[in-house]
Design a protein around this ligand. Structure first.
Ligand SMILES: [Zn+2]
Length: 132
């Protein structure tokens, strides 16, 4: 699938967004190196702080299905450009995301994760190295 097809696929999932408070619907795809695609949507909560971004839902679904590397994340919204938040960028770094495609109404931008988050916290910062 090319970038346009990925964006269209993600947009087809916007209807699953649960955003009754902000009205800002977001859908995401986490694409594993083998090409398998995991979908996610933002899920809001009446206690606002418990809301979860679409990107992390998609990545966590992939990881909980056994993936450990994510190649590409696609984030789309029909309410504006859904640039990933800092928490999502850090989670992307954890799982080796290379490319981030962001699309809003009428525009699409493609980034390397290292350009969006040039200095992520990493396992190298920990006093004890984890077995990943
Ligand atoms: Zn986020």
């Amino acid at each position: 699938m090319d970038e346009e097809e990925l964006v269209e696929l993600a947009k087809s999932k916007l209807r699953n967004s649960y955003a009754p408070y902000s009205g800002f619907r977001v859908a995401a795809l986490a694409i594993a190196p083998g090409g398998k695609i995991y979908h996610g949507n933002n899920v809001e909560n009446a206690s606002y702080g418990l809301s979860m971004c679409a990107e992390r839902v998609a990545i966590f679904k992939a990881v909980s299905e056994g993936e450990r590397i994510i190649d590409t994340v696609v984030v789309v919204s029909d309410g504006g450009m859904p640039y990933p938040c800092g928490a999502c960028l850090q989670v992307m770094a954890e799982f080796g995301v290379r490319r981030v495609i962001v699309a809003g109404p009428g525009s699409r931008e493609i980034y390397e994760l290292r350009d969006l988050l040039p200095r992520p916290f990493s396992p190298a910062n920990l006093p004890h190295q984890p077995e990943l």
